[in-house]
Design a protein around this ligand. Structure first.
Ligand code: ADP
Length: 257
C-alpha cells in the first residue's frame, strides 16, 4: 500500500483534521518487476554478441597489415562497441539493484590502487576534453570492500565530472581515511547542479534539463547505481554543488564491514 497524508487547516490556519489516502500499488509493483526482468533479459542477450564483436575488433586492431585509414575506422567501431557494452551493463545492474540489494564480494584490498586505476581509466577522456585530472591519494589504503563495485562508483563519478566540466577545467580525486571510514571525494569545476535537482540525482533515469539541452551523452543510471553500491556497503554518498562553479561528490564507506 502507498499511503499519503495531509493536514486540513481552517481559514486562520488552525488544525482541523487530516486526510489519509491509501492506494493499492500491488499491480504497479508487479508491472515494474516485469519491466525490470525484461530489461535484464534483453540486456543479457545483447551482451553476448556484442562482447564477441568487441573481441574480434580488438584482434583486427592488432594486425600489422591494415590498409590505410582502417585503423581509424576500427577505433570508431571499438569505441562504440564499448559504449554499448557499458550501457548494457548499466541497464543490467540497474534492473538487478531494483530487484534487491546489490550482492557484494567483499575482500581485503588496497583501496588506493582501486581508486587510482579507476580514476586513471578516465585520463584519455579528460585529456581529449582539455581537462586536468588530479589525483590526491595515499600510497596505500588497506580495507575490506567489493573492489570491482567500488571501482564502478569511482568510474561513474569521475566520468561524470569529465562529462559535465567544460574544457580548461579540473577534476580532482581525493581519498583518505579516519579511524572508522574511508572517504572518496570527486570534485570538478563544471556546470554544477541546480538545488532543485540535487535530491533527484540519485534516482534511476534522472537527467537534468541542462544535461539534455547540452546533448551530453547518458541515460541517467550512473548515480543510482553508485548509490546502490555505496549503500550496500553501509556507506553514504552526497553531493555539494554550485551552479556554474562545480560539484563535489563525497562517498563514505565503513573501513571494514
Ligand atoms: P547520466 O550522466 O548518464 O545522465 P547519472 O546518473 O550519472 O546519469 O547522472 C544523473 C544526472 O546528474 C546527470 O544527467 C547530470 O544532470 C547530473 N550530474 C551528474 N554528475 C554531475 C556533475 N559532476 N556535474 C554536473 N551535473 C552532474
Amino acid at each position: 500500500l502507498s499511503v499519503s497524508a495531509r493536514s486540513l487547516r481552517g481559514t486562520e490556519g488552525t488544525f482541523e483534521g487530516a486526510a489519509l489516502a491509501y492506494k493499492d500499488v500491488t499491480e504497479l509493483m508487479r508491472a515494474m518487476a516485469i519491466k525490470d526482468d525484461f530489461v535484464a533479459m534483453v540486456s543479457h542477450e545483447l551482451r553476448t554478441p556484442l562482447t564477441s564483436i568487441a573481441g574480434y575488433v580488438e584482434m583486427l586492431q592488432d594486425r600489422p597489415d591494415l590498409p590505410d585509414g582502417v585503423a581509424g575506422q576500427l577505433q570508431v567501431v571499438d569505441r562504440n562497441a564499448h559504449r554499448l557494452l557499458r550501457l548494457i551493463s548499466d541497464l543490467l545492474d540497474s534492473a538487478q539493484h531494483a530487484a534487491g540489494p546489490v550482492p557484494l564480494v567483499r575482500r581485503p584490498c588496497d583501496l588506493a590502487a582501486v581508486v587510482r586505476d579507476a580514476a586513471e581509466a578516465a585520463a584519455p577522456a579528460a585529456r581529449s576534453a582539455g581537462l586536468a585530472l588530479e589525483l590526491d591519494l595515499p600510497d596505500e589504503l588497506p580495507c575490506v570492500v567489493d573492489a570491482f563495485r567500488v571501482a564502478q562508483v569511482v568510474d561513474n563519478l569521475v566520468s561524470n565530472a569529465v562529462k559535465y566540466t567544460p574544457g580548461g577545467g579540473t577534476v580532482r580525486v581525493h581519498l583518505d581515511a579516519d579511524p572508522t571510514h574511508v572517504r572518496i571525494a570527486v570534485t570538478d569545476t563544471g556546470v554544477g547542479i541546480a538545488p532543485a535537482d540535487r535530491d533527484r540525482l540519485f534516482t534511476r533515469f534522472f537527467r537534468s534539463r541542462d544535461a539534455e539541452d547540452r546533448s551530453i551523452q547518458g541515460v541517467g543510471l550512473g548515480l543510482s547505481i553508485a548509490r546502490s553500491i555505496v549503500e550496500a556497503h553501509g556507506g553514504r554518498i552526497e553531493v555539494e554543488s554550485q551552479v556554474g562553479v562545480g560539484s563535489t561528490f563525497r562517498v563514505r564507506l565503513p573501513l571494514a564491514t
